[in-house]
Each structure stands twice: as structure tokens, then as C-alpha cells.
Write a protein that binds this ligand. Structure first.
Ligand SMILES: Cc1cc2nc3c(=O)[nH]c(=O)nc-3n(C[C@H](O)[C@H](O)[C@H](O)COP(=O)(O)OP(=O)(O)OC[C@H]3O[C@@H](n4cnc5c(N)ncnc54)[C@H](O)[C@@H]3O)c2cc1C
Length: 391
């Protein structure tokens, strides 16, 4: 097996391309978007994923582009500050953990691979035959030994080879929306949060950003929405945030003009097998842990490293599943647990959380409480011993 096609050029796709190329494979990446997507939202790189980044020689570059966030402040509906938390604790980061914009990380991965990997933008796979013939929307048919689905939670490869999305989706009862808005609050490497029962609004601006990102999360039963109808999705967001105080009405105004609006249910992907025939899944396509886990990027980076390493050293896709399954399970478990702290269910629980945050610096058991927040994330992020597949 030498000739591999990857569908998707975000973190999982570009990282898999890097490791496969380094192990000597010929790699083609097909990406539906017309180019590598810039910007996005901030993501964490933790634990074993930091080791993967280091083995790619990117650790200094990732640190240099870090978000440098300082603090997160909670405000009440009238705009009064309620509690402030250090950015690392707010993001569940410990030790060397890094935070970077998704687009910046992907640009680094793309730059590392672009000279040795064939990237085909603006195209998508339409069929994968048993003999390895792959057909595309625009390009002519080509033959590959293996197709890697790295095309995200709504994976095209997974649908073509494994079956419909609903068979693998585990809904976590929430929605998330994020987009760029003007930095009217004058935020400098900080986030401003307004939490009410069942919904949270958050605005942040990172070191490099002259604008800000508005992030909304709320609990909701499944909504009937068309993923292409952005105007309809903005209305659903406005409805979910209706009546909220603080800066929410102004933010919703700004959201109307946003051209990078993202809206999706908070859900996970669970499959019994990540490989079938000539296809294998990596990253969100195979094991999306949801944005609530904070570990999707790290799963994609570690998954890419293990998949390429196992293919190159004879373990094959069986080896990939064996090595990665416990790590994925540990990190997916974070999703529902973290959600409870991100969108608080009741006023009483909200009052309790904000009081604890306010008192945290003075509490006697402070370190123990911090460990209760960051410990589970740290353990999950390190729940794999990476083999040395190096070449
Ligand atoms: C709001 C939000 C906040 C998040 N916060 C965090 C965080 O704090 N920490 C963290 O670790 N993770 C976070 N994540 C998750 C993280 O972004 C993903 O888990 C991570 O980027 C890995 O994604 P991926 O490469 O597997 O898929 P994606 O990033 O979804 O990329 C899939 C790629 O495939 C392409 N594609 C889709 N369909 C096709 C097709 N038919 N043909 C070709 N290409 C296709 C897409 O254009 C895209 O480039 C967050 C996600 C969201 C949405």
C-alpha cells in the first residue's frame, strides 16, 4: 500500500498527510473548500497531542502563535462583574498545554506538507469502489490503496462507506454557535461571559485578533434546521437567546452581519469500527468528542500520528483501533461532563458556581478544587503512551 487519499484538509487531514508522507506514502488530499480555512475559534492542544506537535517540530511555532489569553470575567444581566477566573483554569489547561486559533494551527500543518502532498481544493468524493477507484464531483476518477475520511463530524466518507450520520450520532442536548463580531467591548486577550440557566454567551479576543468571537451555547432538544440555511440558523440562535441581558442583544445584532457564522448541535460520533474495506476514519469523522470536550483537536492530532504509524509499521487499521480506542473513550467521556459547567441547568446551580469562582482564590482547599476541574482533562489528555514510530 503506497497511494493514499485523504478527504478533508483541517487538523485531522493535514496532520495525517504529514505523518503518512513522513513514513514514505504518496498522499493526495481533497478538500471541499476552495482553500485552507483561516481563523475559526480557539482550540487547545494538550497532553499526548503536545508530544505529537513536538515530534513534528512545531512546538515553538505553536507557542509563538498562542492566544495568550489572560482572564475570563463573568457578568450579570445588568453588566456587573461577578467573578474573574484565570484563562488557563477557565480553559482547563495545566502545565505546558497550549491554546491556538484552529486556523493558525492548520496553516502551520498545511505549510509543513504543501510541497510534498498533492492538495486538491474545491472538490469532494462521490464514490469509493471496492477496487479502490474513487470518483469526484469535479476531477476524473482515480485509484487509491486507502481512503482516509478526515472530513469532520458530518463526514462524507463515513456516509459513503459506513452509512447515514444518524446511526453514529449521540446528541448531547445542546447547540453551539460562533462567529466573528467587532470588538466593541475592547477585550484584550480576555473573555467576557454571561451565563443564565440553560444558556451561555461568551465573547473573547485573542492576542492576534483585532475583532472578537461571539460564542453561544444553550440547551435544547434537537432543532429542525437546514445546514445550508444560515439566515434560518441565525433566527434560531436569536430565539434561543431571546430576553437575555448583558451585551447579548448587541451581540445578536452583530451576528446578523457575520459571514463566518457557525451553528451546530453539540454531538458526538461513536462507531464500533473506524475502518471498513478501503476506508478509515480519523478525527471528528470517526470519534468527534464535541466542542464541549475541548479535546477534539488533540484527538485529531494523536489519531493522525497513530494511524500513520500503525500503517507504516505493520499494525494496519487493526493496530490503529487497538492503540487509540481507550484514549478516544477517555476523551469522549469529558464532553457530557464539561457541558454541565459550560451551560448551567438551573439558577441555584449557577449561583453556586459563581460563588465558588468568586471565593476560589481565598478557599482553603483551593488546590484540591482546581484539581477537580483540571484533573479529569489532564488524565484524559495523557491517557495514551505514544509509540515511537519515527523515521
Ligand atoms: C465552536 C467549536 C469550538 C471548539 N473548541 C475546541 C477546543 O477548545 N478544543 C479542541 O480541541 N477542539 C475544539 N473544537 C473541535 C475541533 O475544532 C475539532 O475537533 C478539530 O478541528 C478536529 O477536526 P477535524 O479535522 O477532524 O474536522 P474539521 O475541523 O471539521 O475539518 C473537516 C474538514 O473536512 C472538510 N470537508 C467536509 N466535507 C468534505 C467533503 N465532502 N469533501 C472534502 N472535504 C470536506 C471541511 O471543509 C474541513 O476542512 C471546537 C469545535 C467547534 C465547532
Amino acid at each position: 500500500m503506497t497511494n493514499i487519499l485523504i478527504s478533508g484538509a483541517s487538523i485531522a487531514g493535514t496532520a495525517t498527510a504529514y505523518w503518512l508522507r513522513r513514513h514514505g506514502y504518496t498522499v493526495t488530499v481533497v478538500e471541499r473548500a476552495p482553500a485552507i480555512r483561516p481563523g475559526g475559534y480557539k482550540v487547545d492542544v494538550r497532553g499526548a497531542a503536545l508530544t505529537v506537535i513536538e515530534r513534528m517540530g512545531l512546538l515553538d511555532a505553536v507557542r509563538a502563535r498562542g492566544t495568550d489569553m489572560r482572564v475570563a470575567t463573568y457578568y450579570d444581566a445588568a453588566g456587573r462583574p461577578l467573578a474573574a477566573v484565570g484563562a488557563d483554569l477557565f480553559g482547563g489547561r495545566t502545565g505546558d498545554d497550549a491554546e491556538i486559533m484552529r486556523g493558525d494551527l492548520n496553516e502551520l500543518l498545511y505549510d509543513l506538507t504543501r510541497d510534498e502532498v498533492e492538495y486538491v481544493f474545491g472538490d469532494s468524493i462521490t464514490g469509493i469502489a471496492e477496487d479502490g477507484t474513487v470518483t469526484f464531483e469535479r476531477s476524473g476518477p482515480r485509484t487509491f490503496d486507502l481512503v482516509v475520511g478526515a472530513d469532520g463530524a458530518h463526514s462524507n466518507v463515513r456516509r459513503l462507506v459506513f452509512g447515514p450520520e444518524r446511526d453514529f450520532t449521540r446528541d448531547l442536548g445542546h447547540y453551539v454557535s460562533i462567529c466573528t463580531v467587532p470588538n466593541t467591548l475592547g477585550l484584550d486577550r480576555e473573555e467576557a461571559v454571561h451565563a443564565a440557566a440553560g444558556r451561555t454567551a461568551n465573547v473573547y479576543s485573542t492576542r492576534q485578533d483585532t475583532a472578537a468571537k461571539a460564542l453561544f451555547m444553550w440547551s435544547s432538544p434537537p432543532l429542525d434546521h437546514d445546514h445550508r440555511d444560515v439566515a434560518g440558523q441565525k433566527k434560531l440562535l436569536a430565539r434561543a437567546m431571546d430576553g437575555a441581558g448583558w451585551q447579548v442583544p448587541a451581540l445578536l445584532e452583530a451576528v446578523r452581519d457575520a459571514d463566518d457564522f457557525y451553528f451546530d448541535s453539540v454531538a458526538q460520533i461513536h462507531l464500533d469500527r473506524w475502518s471498513k474495506g478501503r476506508a478509515v476514519l480519523v478525527g471528528d469523522a470517526g470519534y468527534c468528542a464535541s466542542p464541549a470536550s475541548g479535546q477534539g483537536t488533540s484527538l485529531a492530532l494523536v489519531g493522525a500520528y497513530v494511524l500513520a504509524g500503525e500503517l507504516a509499521t505493520g499494525g494496519g487499521t487493526e493496530g490503529y483501533e487497538r492503540e487509540l480506542r481507550p484514549f478516544v473513550a477517555a476523551n469522549q467521556a469529558l464532553g457530557p461532563a464539561n457541558l454541565k459547567g459550560m451551560v448551567i441547568g438551573s439558577r441555584a446551580a449557577l449561583w453556586f458556581q459563581l460563588t465558588m469562582m468568586r471565593l476560589l482564590p481565598r478557599l482553603p482547599g483551593r488546590d484540591l478544587m482546581i484539581e477537580r476541574i483540571t484533573g479529569p482533562i489532564f488524565r484524559a489528555a495523557n491517557a495514551i503512551t505514544l509509540k515511537d514510530y519515527a523515521r
